[in-house]
Ligand binder design. Sequence first.
Ligand code: G6P
Length: 608
Amino acid sequence: MCGIVGILGTAPVAESIVEALKRLEYRGYDSAGIATLEGGHLTRRRAEGKLKNLELRLSEAPLEGVIGIGHTRWATHGRPSEANAHPHASDRLAVVHNGIIENFRELREELKGKSYTFTTETDTEVVAHLVSAEMRKGLDPVDAVAAALPRLKGAFALAFLFEGVEDLLIGARQGPPLAVGWGADEMYLGSDALALAPFTDVITYLEDGDWVVLRPGRAEFHDEHGNIVERVKQRTVAGALLVERGNHRHFMAKEIHEQPEVVARTLAHYLDMLQGKVRLPFEFPFDPNALDRITITACGTAYYAALTAKYWFERFARLPVEVDVASEFRYREAPLPERGLMIVVSQSGETADTRASLHYARTQKQHILSVVNVPSSTIARESHIVAPTLAGPEIGVASTKALTCQLAVLACLALAVGRARGKLSAEEEFRLVNELILLPGLMADVLNHEATIEQIAHSFAKVQSVLYLGRGTNYPLALEGALKLKEISYIHAEGYAAGELKHGPIALIDEVMPVVVIAPSDRALEKTVSNVQEVAARGGRIILIGDARAAQEAAVDLSGFVEMPAMAPDFAAIVYALPVQLLAYHAAVFMGKDVDQPRNLAKSVTVE
Ligand code: G6P
């Protein structure tokens, strides 16, 4: 997490750095800072809290330098405070860092022995002093960084600025992403292409282990052994992608409302709408008939997309699927079948645990297929096949449109694998593809019921806890509903498989705690209705998300009813995701929470 920027400019850069940091704020927002060179001297402004505090500081005390670095922080070591805010400085340089220096304690002791004093609680400060120590030995900045980098253990993207050196920035990458941007007269460093989009669309990504020396108009790339290497320039589309809120109050609202459009766009990429068939934009580099099993891994909301896909792959492709959260999978040393298929799901394509799981799967000789929203991301680049979700940039920290697009892609993949394995007939494919085609229209329909959902959500404001129940593909959605509510409203919530109600959570039922039941008309409806009645029999407060038939069959007093249009059950979870997201959104807005930047969270989790 954390976002970093560097600009080697021709005019004062502070304002541009702030602009880039705004586009990186999704990576962390507990403090921010900028360093530039003024008359060759390092000058810094830092502020605790959101970027607007830094902007205020800069308006009182502007920075004039034409070269600079900036940072927006998600705290790992040391609380969010001005002292712990980046850039961190030593006597000859300043540095910004995204990641964790795992051996910082050891380095700190060593550097204290060399009479360096530490003024922060961060791991990053050792990097500044370590490079400074190399410079005190007589090395120039480039050689000093080259000497210091091999001593750092852990994950990092770094940008360095040197006292008295007006024409040099150095960047380094081991783990978290870092990109070089090529401007007309200026050079840039940034955590992603989106941050640099206002300035350039020509980008070069650093490979893992690379470091780069930026001078006006040129960049010299080095690999982890110090060899000078070529890295390709690419044109990105990031600049064309809007990152404005439009008429919406929050990015999250905008992204929820974009779903009919982006799911339609994503489906169009994978379906032949005219023929009613799946048409993948790539060939499988393996024989789906030879697969014994699929393994899927992801984190957070993407993990719930993976859990949903398990139902589809098992049903339509008759393939056993194992799903695990990446933070567990990476350390489990799970035996994987020879040349099996590993699917990784990630909005950002940068999540550290997901990447590590991918690396493990590569050592096990798996075919790696990634479902990612950022096509230029590290995970995409490290995969054998990339199945893009075409959700566009997702800025709200709580994932919404990325989820439904991931589900759309995974559904298409399950059908394609099912067809290739002869487990799904052409007629079934036709029927299911037509169900997929109807989803965007159904989603748009649901958005028309927002006012009812909002009313219900307001009633959450005074409760301590909310229970979400669902069966089948709506069980992962119940987990997602609870996650969404926790993330942005800070109300405790739990998701449960409805059938598990009687094995524990039923003890929680009282007249206060809302129980959200996700109940499309599917083959489990009868059973889910029984669970609704069990809750009602104990005086529980039921909020039903279902169609008219579900409400009729439940035949109990409901404290809230979100009436959904009738639809086929197979992919209903993709449509039912919307009321679940809106419930969380409106509860949080009503409670005055910062829905786009909830406390303690970050969107791109590049540390373990
Ligand atoms: C963070 C975000 C979640 C996201 C998860 C996985 O926790 O706040 O919204 O689902 O990371 O991120 P990824 O980019 O891998 O999908």
